[in-house]
Design a protein around this ligand. Sequence first.
Ligand code: KG4
Ligand code: ZN
Length: 344
Amino acid sequence: QAPAIILGIETSCDETAAAIVMRDQSGKGVIRSNVVRSQLDEHAAFGGVVPELAARAHVTYLDHIIAQACREAGIQLSDVDAIAATAGPGLIGGVLVGLTTAKALAAALDKPLIAVNHLEGHALTARLTDGVQFPYLMLLVSGGHSQFVLVRGVGDYERWGTTIDDALGEAFDKVAKLLTLGHPGGPAVEAIAKSGDPKRFKFPRPLLREARLDFSFSGLKTAVRLQAEALAPLSDQDVADIAASFQAAVADVIAVRSRQALERFAAEFPGQEMRLVVAGGVAANQAIGTALKAVCATAGATLVVPPIALCTDNGAMIAWAGAERYALGAHDDLNFVARPRWPL
Ligand code: KG4
Ligand code: ZN
């Protein structure tokens, strides 16, 4: 296979991102540049991502981010072999900015366009960072998604479970909001939980009695809210204890579900080496990481956690997914329509 240089563009949420990734003859990937501009400041005052503001910021910054990605990689735009962009799922205004930019570049440079499913970007990242072989199990836990996906090959995915209400990152963010810890909530909840008692409150572990691999976090969030209201006004210790108890409930749920998912994997692929790959911003959480390590150790599975900068949204994961599909001869029509919803 000829080596390929791919430009990847990501604009589906609140990061404006572009990256240059090279895939060599052996199929190994090298990140030549990976530029991410987070819009945290634009949205801070609103306590969450405002879609219209996000789209406008992507318009303002994307060209510069792409130019910077090329500069840092030491290449010209015309050196790329293909242009990959997130075409969904995500906030449609933002997706349109990235995808339309990619189409314009593809047309102007006469290079193929690769329309990438954002979830596929997360799913394939571990092959870029750790050279993980198919098949493997992915746990994606971000602000927008919480799911188990069986990754059998490029373009060959099977969703084994998803959330029936809130995404896990969203639950962290909502709990942080009601404890007035600011946005994004995940890191704030984790930090304050360190000085809290995880056993003080017995929060529910939703759906755990059921065999399916789905998640539900909205009942847990409500239990946290009711507890906070019952105790108000909250002392610093109350806040820390609530955060710690919430995080403990979440870690329990993730651990039990991951054990079940690995059991299913073992049943469907007897004798196959088991790998659990984690993706999404919540992968940064150490309590969850510790729980996953224990589950994998017991199950005899390898836990793969890519560097956190590649777990959260970035352009390299889109470039890499593009590179994997490009190597298989895939490319997409310039009329490809952006998809706000697009299950793997
Ligand atoms: O993957 P990501 O950067 O963006 C998308 O949602 O696509 O994930 C962001 C989410 C936010 O909800 C944030 O609160 C959560 O990941 N998060 C965490 C931690 N760091 C980020 N949640 C729990 N613990 C953390 N340390
Ligand atoms: Zn994402």
